[in-house]
Design a binder for this molecule. Structure first.
Ligand code: AMP
Ligand code: GLY
Length: 430
């Protein structure tokens, strides 16, 4: 079998790494890929294509059996629809289904209509009405650009001034362009965040292991929001009981609601959830793809053949499959470039020691190869990943490993997994 993965981040390196291990897969192309997929074993190969036409032509020429889309932008631009029109198999939601991620207003209206728990909200394009609403509601309050903004379109405003400034920058200064032409203003929610991702074939849902991301740049959840600075799996707050509750209150009604609205949802459904002290769930957002960096620790624990599962989901046969997990904790710490997230510096040389083993792996994200050197080429550079019987042990391995990886200006959080270790005594190293 020949697979094609679209994207160039850490998530796509992890997808390529996992799919290349399937015994029935002989080749994995990554378009355009990164420095990690460029140097991976010979089954994995980068191809320097991004235009839809070029990708379709390539998939036909190379007889690609299944294409898997990593990031949200090609989904919201209709890549899945385009491949399908050309008679090619592709796993991911259509442009219409991907609106669950590409428009926060669409997602909020959908959740209200189908009784899926979420924060109270209103949507505005009129700047004065937005300012008035914030005055009425008070701070803290959350301002979100309606469209895609690479994880940077959300401002959790702790003061009224921050809220008014966020409204001005989105609706008046247009810092996110069209993506910020409407804003969703919603109630601030307190609690613990969880990423819950499932594979869907339109009918059947196969949930993946739970995980928890760390969105802020700095330790103790300080600093600006980022795409994600680290993650671990499983998330201890997602007990069996909580898992059932999430399926019943969020995932199943989403798939059924889409179907009722005439849209089949096929692809990865990622629900970003907030769970409060009373164990109530509210949905913060939907993504129509796997999370980055959540994919890295999740796939590091997956025992099953991911290619077979995704092919089955594409062919509407998911009900025949289950996902088997290694009984370990895995953790990914993101190393980001100097000045990420505001203006990442590029082209710093990265020194990576050759010490990967079966319990440790470095997934590349913003890296490229040039003259036999690996250079930074984006904001999030590497996802250093480890697994072990306890989260504490996995954390120790990953941070020891990081000490030997060097590039100028590297930033990483020192506390990935700390909250779980502080809050859940039972998962501490024995
Ligand atoms: P989103 O892209 O909607 O998931 O928002 C990005 C991040 O902002 C989330 O992961 C949360 O950390 C935070 N956030 C979003 N909505 C809220 C909310 N209503 N209350 C508190 N924090 C939020
Ligand atoms: N790590 C958050 C996301 O992938 O959206």
């Amino acid at each position: 079998m020949i697979a094609l993965i679209i994207g160039n981040g850490g998530r796509e390196h992890a997808l390529a790494w996992k799919i290349s291990q399937a015994p029935n897969v002989s080749k994995v192309y990554v378009a355009p890929g990164n420095g990690g997929t460029a140097t991976a074993d010979s089954i994995i190969e980068n191809i320097d294509l991004i235009e839809f036409d070029d990708l379709v032509k390539f998939a036909k020429e190379k007889r690609v059996d299944l294409t898997i889309v990593g990031p949200e932008i090609p989904l919201s631009n209709g890549l899945v629809d385009y491949f399908q029109k050309n008679g090619l198999k592709i796993f991911g939601p259509t442009q219409k289904a991907a609106q669950l991620e590409s428009s926060k207003d669409f997602a909020k209206k959908f959740m209200v209509k189908h009784g899926i728990p979420t924060a109270e909200h209103q949507t505005f394009s009129d700047i004065q009405l937005a300012h008035d609403y914030v005055e009425l509601k008070g701070a803290p309050i959350v301002i979100k650009a309606d469209g895609l903004a690479a994880g940077k379109g959300v401002v959790v405003a702790l003061t009224l001034k921050e809220a008014h400034d966020a409204i001005d920058s989105m609706l008046s200064k247009n810092i996110f362009g069209d993506a910020g032409a409407q804003v969703v203003i919603e109630e601030f929610l307190d609690g613990e965040e969880v990423s819950f991702i499932a594979i869907c074939d339109g009918e059947t849902v196969l949930p993946l292991a739970s995980s928890q991301d760390h969105k802020r740049l700095q330790d103790d959840d300080l600093g600006p929001n980022t795409g994600g600075m680290g993650a671990y799996s499983p998330a201890p707050i997602v007990t069996d009981e909580m898992h059932e509750k999430i399926m019943k209150q969020v995932i199943t009604p989403t798939i059924e609601g889409m179907k009722k609205d005439g849209v089949i949802f096929k692809g990865f459904l990622y629900a970003g959830l907030m769970i409060n002290a009373d164990k109530q769930i509210k949905t913060l957002e939907f993504n129509c793809r796997m999370g980055d960096p959540e994919t890295q620790p999740i796939l590091f624990r997956l025992k099953s053949n991911l290619y077979d599962i995704l092919l089955a989901a594409t062919d509407n046969n998911l009900s025949d499959f289950t996902a088997e997990w290694e009984d370990v904790y895995s953790i990914t710490v993101v190393m980001a470039s100097h000045n990420y997230p505001s203006k990442p510096r590029l082209n710093d040389e990265i020194h990576i020691p050759l010490m990967v083993n079966e319990n440790c792996f470095i997934f590349h994200a913003g890296t490229k190869l040039k003259d036999n050197k690996t250079l930074t080429s984006g904001g999030r550079v590497l996802g250093v990943t480890a697994k072990a019987k306890s989260l504490q042990e996995a954390k120790n391995i990953v941070y020891k490993f990081i000490q030997d990886i060097k590039f100028d200006g590297a930033q990483f959080r020192k506390d990935i997994g700390k909250k779980a270790l502080d809050n859940y005594d039972s998962i501490k190293s024995s």
